[in-house]
Ligand binder design. Sequence first.
Ligand SMILES: [Zn+2]
Length: 422
Amino acid sequence: MGAPSVKRTSRDIRTANRYEVLRQIIAESPTSRQELAAATGLSLATVATLVGELLDLGMIVEVGFEDSAGGRPRGLVAVDAAGGVLIGVDLAETYVRVELFDLALNVLARAGEETSPGENRPERVVDRVASAVGSVVERAGIDAARVLGAGVSVPGQVDRATGVSEYAPNWDWHDVPLLDLLAERIPHPLYLDNPLRACAVAELWFGAARGRGDAVVVNLGTGVGAGLVLGGGVHRGVSNSAGEWGHTTLVLDGRPCHCGHHGCVETYTGAPGIMLNLREVSPHSPLLRPDDQTATVDALARGVASGDPVAVEVLEDTARYLGAGIAGLINLFNPEVVVLSSWVAAAFGEPLLDAVREAVTRHALRRPLAATRIVLSPIPTDPVCLGAATFALEGALQAARRGTGTRADTPTRARGSRAGTP
Ligand SMILES: [Zn+2]
């Protein structure tokens, strides 16, 4: 894999502007070119060109005119919800979830199932994903040719260009050619990335990071990590592994971690780590459901809501670890917003948010802390599915761009084929 260029090329800027205009149209349909220019800070001429491209792609449509005070009526554009569909796949340690979206990113169909962390052979995983993808397309009654692409999020480190899951510590996967395996079964362009990037992109397009230059999306699930939005875009690092905050050392010589080291953030704040926190507080607690992370976290969340002292203590312990770790992120990145995302954050909700805010205050520097808001993800559906579908949307935009004669050297590689790709 060639080293990515450090310099932002004019093509990158154009792609970013195109995303920005489409984001704005998705957020505020219908809208006029003038409103888009005002909202994005781009010139009216640039907006007009980008809107023209999106119209040509069939992603948006003209929907009439609005009167402007004293001036010419302004043409309105809106997302063409029927212009195609996108699929988002959230492949997690404890479940597979697949959602099918229209171009306004409304969910049209879902499929999925709980899995146990032991059922992790790549062939089994690919079977599950392929059948869930087939099932959402069928349920939505969609012609397969209308699927613009499927984004797949898989935990751990992935090579987006080759579609290889390089390392998934919780599954002990090493160099699994996941996209090739999926492409044998799924007839749509496929885009691979991990949940950190998916959550970050979902918050950037549709959630708490919208319109923010710098944001940290803390992903709390079985694994833990930080999706980084820096300078208005998702930060990937030189080999797409930025944000592996879950494997930074929180406790010297602490708990052993799947990654081979000790005392990682994840071993105290991921779902299995929270189970260990519970064991330390109350080794025989009825809240503990051995081998079932989801049930234990749900039982703890219910316990916190009903004032169970053991559950409250576990929440506070977990928040202390998170607070120290998140304070480091705030000191490092000086973000406008820190978003708590993924299923563990959703399960605990406000009580976790309150405890984390308090703990962060004890560790972060005052100045960056004062500039930061810590919030729960406002995205009501699975943010990883939404983010993965957004990768497919970005991929479709880039594929179309390649079709207009631009050199194709983007890191995202779409597999499979789609009839009608320009
Ligand atoms: Zn680790």
